[in-house]
Design a protein around this ligand. Structure first.
Ligand SMILES: [Fe+2]
Ligand SMILES: [Fe+2]
Length: 326
């Protein structure tokens, strides 16, 4: 973080903001009681985030930046109903050389679901095939799905089992898919990104957080997240003009085969390379998260060896080797 900038949580009432680079994490167009439109934003950097409001020249400004962009903001901090917000007077896309990407990196412990969501949108923009890109955008930007995705866990226990865990798991797999597609250049990158994002998307309806307890919903128990994702493919693709029928089948195959084996709950095994990659990377990413959480917690004990892990059927050596011999 450039040291001249005050961390967001230290901003005070009436403090002026002058050309500060901020990442747009959310952007919603609203209409006020007086019938005038306004923009409601969530902007931040790695020190935190804050609400932003734009009241003037909204129609002119609204389309000049999107979620995921870094913008330069001029305005005034105001405390309104005990919450800080920036009343934005001027906002424009920041030139790429005017900020350091590191200032917007997500801290690892607490999940910043909004930042991950904007990263997800940026990833979807790299998809080349029109119908795949469209179904992805229509699905994750669907108001209901987006709201659920921002807080959904990825599992009841074991991996990414916390609020925001699902989007964390999805973005993690997307990042891995980028390297895999760069290495195995004969694979279809668009299908890999699709699988990364969609394979567990049905979990937004499968799992519920009730009083901080993660539970299966009735719908989730009765249908399961693969069926729910396939229904979503039908629903969304029907609204896309000329959506290819054979693509619909391939997309469903990637969803239905992502548990890899019949005994792990998939009705079919992966029969295309991209589906095999999705199933393998899904398993890998979940295992890495489970292992890391387990080891991190065990390290708190100060012992050299972990307790026995049922899940991995082994004890782990706890010394942190990162950077040890450098
Ligand atoms: Fe799954
Ligand atoms: Fe998964």
């Amino acid at each position: 973080m450039s040291d001249k900038l005050t961390p967001i949580k230290m901003l005070t009432d009436k403090e002026p903001i002058a050309d500060r680079p901020l990442l747009v994490k959310d952007k919603v167009l609203g209409v006020g009681k007086n019938g005038k439109s306004f923009l409601s934003l969530l902007v931040g950097d790695k020190s935190g985030h804050i609400d932003g409001r734009i009241w003037d020249r909204v129609d002119e400004i609204a389309d000049t930046f999107s979620i995921g962009d870094v913008v330069l903001v001029k305005g005034l901090v105001q405390v309104y109903q005990n919450r800080k917000q920036i009343i934005i007077h001027k906002i424009e896309k920041a030139p790429p050389d005017s900020f350091s990407k590191d200032d917007f990196q997500i801290e690892s412990v607490q999940v910043d679901a909004h930042a991950l969501f904007s990263e997800l949108i940026t990833i979807v923009q790299t998809v080349e095939a029109g119908p795949i890109k469209q179904i992805l955008l229509d699905s994750i930007q669907d108001d209901e799905i987006k709201k659920l995705l921002l807080k959904a866990p990825a599992a009841k226990s074991i991996h990414h089992a916390h609020r925001g865990g699902l989007i964390e798991h999805i973005v993690s797999i997307c990042r891995l898919m980028k390297s895999i597609a760069a290495h195995y250049t004969h694979l279809n990158y668009d299908l890999l990104v699709f699988g990364a994002i969609y394979h567990d998307l049905g979990k937004v309806w499968e799992l519920e957080i009730n009083k901080d307890m993660i539970q299966y919903s009735h719908k989730g128990r009765l249908l399961g997240h693969m069926q729910l994702a396939c229904e979503l493919i039908d629903k969304k693709s029907q609204r896309i003009l000329g959506f290819p029928e054979d693509l619909r089948e391939i997309l469903k195959h990637i969803i239905l085969s992502h548990h890899g084996k019949i005994e792990y709950g998939s009705p079919v095994r992966p029969y295309i390379m991209e589906a095999f990659v999705v199933a393998s990377i899904d398993e890998f990413d979940s295992k890495m998260d489970t292992m890391f959480s387990f080891i991190k917690a065990e390290r708190e004990t100060g012992d050299s060896w972990s307790r026995y892990s049922e899940h991995f059927d082994r004890y782990f050596y706890l010394e942190n080797l990162k950077g040890k011999w450098t």
